[in-house]
Design a protein around this ligand. Structure first.
Ligand code: 4AD
Ligand code: MG
Length: 431
């Protein structure tokens, strides 16, 4: 007999089915045990009636520890009060592996460190499983959008010889007798592939040795990075806006059940359609100072500033034209106002803060070489990158969107660590 997934049971009402899963919970009343099973696709209540089992089976199934793995068979019955609209009248129960007693994760509230130490089990809990499903949908929406718009996926290396996003957050690794670093961003390689293929993206894990312990920082996170040849800042911002709207709307459509399980207020997400707000860095400084900050023009925004800015808008806001001094070496200065750059960050609303960083790249050979020297980056490691400005340089740019921050915002959770299966943070490398 083929297994039926719990999410499909309703279509099999009246039929005899097989379910393969785990005991999520159980209770007993009168001559009946209620076994609540989960299989990853859903949860269903199964009725184990004394009259259909031997005395011995009835005894032992009634004591089955939670999280035991089982294969059961039974008839699907309509039950309007049940979560999926059905329950199953069991005819057989096969226990594959009886779980140890005292499953570490109980219904009571555990502290988050305990839960993170047991992340390998915590992901079985409905809310955590819902988050992983939302993440999968966000990733699929990202890929579908870019594939449909003609971007070619060309993944960038993870072992790299140099920094992309500043030297303070590099993870160093030994590479035989050389020094290498885990990639902070695939952008530089994307610029090469964009000059070969036009529109490209890379999508993979990126690494930052962030010494900060905030709700927005992981040391390993996933980033999608589209890059376009012949694109200018305006075009990049247009893509950012359509891209993020599409991700949100797809997730709303395909994960309504999971969002409702997480008690997400979806009306806020339903409004996420272009156009988004867009303000310059200078305007953002004025806005902050109006709210009691005293930000000097030229300094970068921290977490608190981002939170405040992002609460001023009901949709994401794009902040453009950051000062050169708070952005990476590759940013192209605006010819009309060279102390600013053709850069853009997108902040998600409701206080979530930055989800996108990007902009137009310096495409002039001499200007870029000078910036590499100013930043004291090793020139040998950037020769290939400078070559791109020697052989058919063209205006180009793109952006990076952080998957976990995007998932955290869409799902409405407090911290990015629950938006990735196994988070890596300043103090966490286990499990
Ligand atoms: O703003 P960032 O540093 O931009 C870049 O890396 C560019 N090279 C991307 C590009 O233009 N191709 O990072 C981009 C995004 C951030 O907006 C944020 O969403 C995410 O990556 N991000 C992090 N997410 C979790 N933990 C961290 N430590 C993150 N650092 C960046
Ligand atoms: Mg950034």
């Amino acid at each position: 007999m083929k297994a039926t997934r719990i999410q499909d049971l309703k279509r099999h009402t009246g039929e005899e089915v097989e379910i393969r899963g785990w005991l999520y919970n159980r209770r007993s009343s009168g001559g009946i045990h209620f076994l609540i099973l989960r299989d990853g696709t859903g949860i269903v209540q199964c009725i184990l009636d004394r009259s259909r089992f031997s005395e011995e089976e009835f005894e032992s199934h009634g004591k089955l520890p939670v999280e035991s793995s089982v294969i059961v068979r039974g008839q699907v019955k309509e039950e309007k009060r049940a979560p999926g609209g059905v329950e199953v009248a069991l005819s057989s129960v096969k226990v594959l592996s009886e779980a140890d007693l005292n499953y570490p994760i109980q219904k009571k509230a555990h502290n988050v460190d305990f839960l993170l130490d047991h992340r390998h089990l915590w992901i079985r809990s409905p809310a955590q499983a819902a988050l992983l499903k939302i993440r999968a949908t966000v990733i699929k929406a990202i890929e579908d959008f870019l594939d449909e718009e003609g971007y070619i996926r060309v993944d960038a290396p993870i072992l790299t010889p140099a920094a992309c996003e500043g030297t303070t957050t590099l993870f160093e690794v030994k590479y035989f007798d050389q020094q290498a670093f885990l990639s902070q961003s695939g952008q530089l390689y994307n610029e090469a592939t964009a000059m070969a293929l036009g529109k490209v993206y890379c999508f993979g894990p990126t690494f930052r040795a962030e010494k900060s312990k905030t709700r927005r920082h992981l040391t390993e996170f996933w980033m999608v990075e589209p890059e376009m040849a012949f694109a200018t800042l305006d075009e990049i911002m247009d893509v950012c806006e359509r891209f993020v709207s599409c991700i949100v709307q797809t997730t709303l459509k395909e994960r309504s059940q999971e969002l409702s399980l997480l008690k997400r207020d979806v009306t806020k997400l339903e409004a996420i359609h272009p156009p988004f707000a867009s303000i310059s860095y200078t305007e953002a400084v004025e806005l902050l100072n109006k709210h009691g900050y005293s930000i000097q023009w030229g300094s970068d925004f921290g977490g608190d500033e981002e939170t405040l800015l992002s609460r001023q808008f009901s949709k994401p806001v794009m902040i453009h034209h950051y000062p050169a001094r708070c952005k990476a070496f590759y940013m192209k200065p605006d010819p009309a106002d060279p102390k600013t750059t053709l850069s853009v960050d997108m902040l998600a609303p409701e206080g979530y803060g930055e989800i996108i960083g990007g902009g137009q790249r310096e495409d002039d050979y001499d200007a870029l070489k000078k910036r590499i020297q100013q930043e004291k980056l090793p020139p040998e490691a950037f020769e290939w990158y400078l070559d791109l400005r020697k052989y058919g340089s063209a205006p180009h740019g793109g952006f990076g969107l952080g998957v976990e921050r995007t998932v955290a915002w869409i799902a409405g959770i407090e911290h990015v660590r629950e938006a990735i299966p196994f988070p890596r943070t300043l103090y966490r490398l286990y499990p």
